[in-house]
Design a protein around this ligand. Structure first.
Ligand code: PLP
Length: 451
């Protein structure tokens, strides 16, 4: 039974029969899933195994997070040792060593001057934390009228009310009321008509950065607190910035005293061939939100990187006054810190921060070779170890082709991620060329069956 199997893997005595209906799964068609479940039971390196013991090649690093691959002994052992030593410590007016050690390590790999780190438990919490720090920073400096936040269409910044509000995916917003007041959205930079099948950054669209200037003028610069942007967005189906776009956004922010936040929840920790996309793309934000690859996915954790000047402003009040009324019970959780430190050791020792650069061309060629696999492919996009294949929606059934790819790929032994009719790939950074060949050969076979 499912429970006996789960028990066997976790070393627990579970034997009662399990039905699939008590767990309300996130972002899932629950009834469809229960009728035809896809269940992963174990994982090692580049592979999952499903509950029948079949290997499933991980084309998505779990959910863009297991950058060092699965069940790496060093990470697992660090978590387990830490759990036996200090399982939990509060970090409100109290401390424990590991978050200090980890913050120092993170500072060393972050772009200067992002010298301070606030820990959270997820990407959504990192985004809400960064937005709140931006608002508080302006207020602290006597500019409390700067409350307007600017995101982009098609952006995904998690599911908190802040991230939902600055996010730009209609399905994630429309059920939940108006969200935060005073939020604007720039247009996204996905332009298949002009950029289809371009390799790496798309050539057209730098002028879209001027949207920011227009919105700033519309509301008056003195009302704008922050702009939040994914340097490369993943969840909307891989949207890349045209060269010069982020630089232009940075210039406009600087001209008007607006803070720039990069949401690096998927691009952080080596995904594009540098520790952070900011470094590869050559633009430094004022804050950077991260999660996922921070612990290689094995314990939930997020981190907000904050620039020296922002942090300094919070340190100006009376010494005995709390400087930021914000934080989580699990901020700096010892098990998460242990996982993150072991993940960083692994990334650094195995050269994983630059591996996406080394493999980029091979990855790109294999991905673009899929172009003829199916007549419905309308675009292929890539950067670092990220890839996307976009299919035209089936008339009257948007998302149906995408779902078929997900389902058939899983049955074929390949894990992909699908948003609408876009298939996204982001393998663990330990991926070898032979795995890349296998990913594209399985995906090609599956695409050939899509009507
Ligand atoms: N921001 C970005 C750019 C993301 O891609 C995600 C998740 O995919 C999030 C935020 C939310 O992260 P979490 O699911 O850990 O809350």
């Amino acid at each position: 039974s499912l429970s006996a199997l789960a028990g066997q893997y976790a070393g627990l005595n579970l034997s009662a029969p399990v039905s699939l209906d008590a767990f309300w799964m996130p972002f899932t068609a629950n009834r469809q899933f229960r009728a035809s479940p896809r269940l992963l039971a174990s994982a090692e390196g580049m592979y999952y195994r499903d509950v029948e013991g079949r290997p499933i090649l991980d084309g998505t690093a779990g959910l863009w997070c297991c950058n060092a691959g699965h069940a790496r002994p060093r990470i697992v052992e660090a978590v387990s040792r830490q759990g036996a030593t200090l399982d939990f410590a509060p970090h409100f007016q109290m401390g424990s060593p590991l978050p200090f050690v980890l913050a120092q390590r993170l500072k060393a790999i972050a772009p200067r001057p992002l010298d301070h780190v606030f820990f959270t438990n997820s990407g959504s919490e990192s985004v809400d934390t960064a937005l709140k720090i931006a608002l508080a920073w302006h207020r602290m400096r006597g500019e409390g009228q700067r409350v307007r936040l600017i995101g982009r269409e098609k952006a995904y910044h998690g599911v908190g009310f802040g991230g939902m509000s600055v996010g730009g995916l209609p399905n994630n917003r429309k059920w939940f009321g108006p969200g935060l007041p005073a939020v604007d959205h720039l247009r996204h930079t996905l332009d298949i008509a002009r950029n289809a099948f371009s390799r790496g950054l798309p050539p057209h669209g730098v002028e879209l950065a001027e949207d920011l200037e227009r919105i700033v003028q519309l509301h008056d610069p003195s009302t704008i607190a922050a702009v939040i942007i994914e340097p490369i967005s993943g969840s909307a189906g891989v949207i890349l910035p045209p060269p010069g776009y982020l630089q232009r956004i940075r210039e406009i922010c600087d001209r008007y005293g607006i803070l720039l936040i990069f949401d690096e929840v998927i691009t952080g920790f080596g995904r594009v061939g540098a520790p952070f996309a900011a470094q590869r793309l050559g633009v430094v934000p004022d804050m950077m939100t991260t999660a996922k690859g921070l612990t290689s996915g094995c314990v939930p954790m997020g981190a907000v990187f904050v620039s020296e000047r922002i942090h300094e402003a919070f340190m100006q009040g009376p010494e005995g006054a709390i400087d930021l009324f914000h934080g989580y019970t699990y901020t700096g959780h010892p098990l998460a810190c242990a996982a993150a430190l072991a993940a960083l050791d692994t990334y650094e020792e195995e050269g994983l921060f630059t591996r996406a650069l080394e493999l980029e061309e091979y990855w790109q060629e294999g991905l673009h070779a899929l172009r003829g696999a199916c007549p419905h492919i309308i675009d292929i996009r890539n950067y670092g170890l990220i890839g996307a294949v976009e299919l035209a929606p089936r008339p009257g059934a948007p998302g149906a082709r995408g779902y078929e790819v997900l389902e058939r790929a899983f049955r074929r032994g390949l894990l992909v991620r699908v948003t609408g009719d876009t298939v996204a790939l982001s393998p663990p950074l330990i991926v070898e060329r032979t795995h890349i060949d296998d990913i594209f050969s399985m995906l090609g076979e599956v695409l050939a069956t899509i009507q």
